[in-house]
Unconditional design. Structure first.
Length: 183
């Protein structure tokens, strides 16, 4: 990858991470505010119409954006008990195979989720209290899958380019630490 292209990718990644971080923060603040107002209204004997629907919608999008951010910083859980028991060359093959499987699964999830969301927008089905299209909730799934695909692709490219399996885990961690400013 040329230095200019590498810089472009790094800048795009930082910009996307900044947008996602702000969005996640706003979604969490909105979620807290909606739940707080709903609790106060219910405690005073008033109805908090639409608060359940809005809470669910905000939670869906918070989880979706958070999944993308988690994939970017490799914060998702991984069971590496099998990897530690096989040879280094087998570790590399298994790591690449796992990333390929994840990439394919997320691609299918993106397509099916997008189709489902489009059907939600196209139909006249709306939420009972808020009256907004059910497509907005459904859209969270393909957005999350697409965000995760970006970072799985990054890890897959790095795994393929790194020939020494011992260096693979260290290099992925070092690259991320440098990127996030830890080193």
């Amino acid at each position: 990858m040329t230095m200019t292209l590498k810089k472009l990718v790094e800048n795009a990644d930082r910009a996307l991470a900044a947008v996602l971080s702000v969005a996640a923060g706003l979604l969490i603040m909105g979620l807290i505010m909606v739940v707080t107002v709903a609790v106060i209204l219910r405690a005073s004997g008033n109805s908090a119409g639409g608060s359940n629907e809005l809470t669910q919608l905000l939670l869906l999008w918070t989880v979706s954006i958070g999944a993308g951010l988690g994939a970017r910083s490799r914060d998702h859980l991984a069971v590496e008990a099998l990897l530690s028991r096989v040879s280094p060359s087998t570790q590399r093959i298994l790591r690449i195979a796992g990333l390929v499987i994840a990439f394919i699964f997320l691609g299918v999830l993106t397509v099916i989720g997008a189709q489902y969301a489009l059907r939600g927008f196209a139909s006249s089905s709306v939420t009972p209290s808020l009256g907004i299209s059910r497509g907005w909730g459904s859209l969270a799934l393909p957005v999350a899958a697409l965000l995760i695909i970006l970072y799985v692709a990054r890890d897959l490219i790095l795994a393929i380019r790194t020939k020494d399996p011992k260096k693979l885990s260290d290099e992925m961690s070092d690259d991320l630490d440098i990127e996030l400013g830890y080193k």
